[in-house]
Design a binder for this molecule. Structure first.
Ligand code: ADP
Ligand code: MG
Length: 260
């Protein structure tokens, strides 16, 4: 199994990533790899740099130094001066378009219907005609259990429904990699289950996913790999069974104990 997995295409590779906000070094040399169909869960205390790391993957934040490769192609790389340089805009856009992101706060367009939210980027960014994308958008709404809500506005939906719309909206761009930043943290506990179920289904369909989460059950059951971060560094990583069952570092042990 391990070997088969290693032959899968490298979807995302980050090497020696450094990022500071002013004097604060938030990422202190992060390395990670994600292969096709893998689900990488990133866990760790608040303020450890998880969101920043995720946002560096799709250039919502730029890195100071290090290397980022998407599907084997370089997005950014440190040059001779020691600073990261990004590839030219057109190639950058192409690489970044292979990623979809879901945020803690849903970030739906409030003045658009659910269907409108799904159609917006495919039509405006990819230039598709409505009839080219609407059947797929409706298929995705069905997949997340919201086919009867196509004409609703976000404010008319529960938080769990809004987050499922946000997932369908990201999927409507046909990404190869899905990034999730604590997608259930803003939800009432009774609504987290429906969102996690949708994410588990995506994982079962072998969507490549990077998920920052506080949901240890999800990380344990749905992730292929778990990475524990603290203070901008990776403290420990491994298969969920190993990391949750036999954490090697004291820091990991005390974090996991507090999460129970
Ligand atoms: P996490 O997601 O693990 O809670 P973050 O990546 O959000 O951590 O934040 C890591 C650190 O970087 C925190 O100390 C946070 O205050 C700081 N930080 C995050 N974004 C910014 C920003 N845009 N400007 C300045 N500091 C930031
Ligand atoms: Mg965060």
């Amino acid at each position: 199994m391990e070997n088969m997995n290693n032959e899968e295409e490298l979807m995302l590779c980050m090497h020696d990533i450094h990022k500071s906000f002013g004097d604060l070094e938030v990422l202190r040399g992060i390395d990670l790899e994600v292969r096709r169909g893998e689900v990488l869960a990133i866990i760790g205390p608040s303020g450890s740099g998880k969101s920043t790391l995720l946002r560096c993957i799709n250039k919502l934040e730029t890195i100071d130094s290090g290397r980022i490769e998407i599907k084997g192609e370089t997005l950014a790389e440190t040059d001779d001066s020691g600073k990261a340089v990004y590839v030219e805009a057109k190639k950058g856009r192409r690489l970044l378009s292979s990623m979809g992101m879901v945020f803690q706060q849903f970030n739906l367009f409030p003045h658009m219907t659910v269907l409108g939210n799904l159609l917006e980027a495919p039509m405006m960014v990819k230039g598709l005609r409505r009839e080219e994308i609407e059947p797929y958008a409706r298929e995705l709404l069905q997949k997340v259990g919201l086919s009867d809500r196509a004409d609703y506005y976000p404010s008319q939906l529960s938080g769990g429904q809004q987050q499922r719309v946000a997932i369908a909206r990201a999927l409507c761009m046909k990404p190869d990699i899905m990034l999730f930043d604590e997608p259930t943290s803003a939800l009432d506990p009774e609504l987290t289950g429906e969102v996690l179920r949708t994410m588990r289904e995506l994982a079962a369909e072998h969507m490549t996913m990077v998920v920052v989460t506080h949901e240890m059950g999800f990380a344990r059951e749905a992730a292929s790999h778990v990475l524990f971060m603290a203070d901008g560094s990776i403290v420990e990583q491994g298969r969920p069974a190993a990391l949750f069952g036999h954490p090697q570092e004291e820091r990991t042990r005390s974090f996991l104990q507090n999460m129970l």
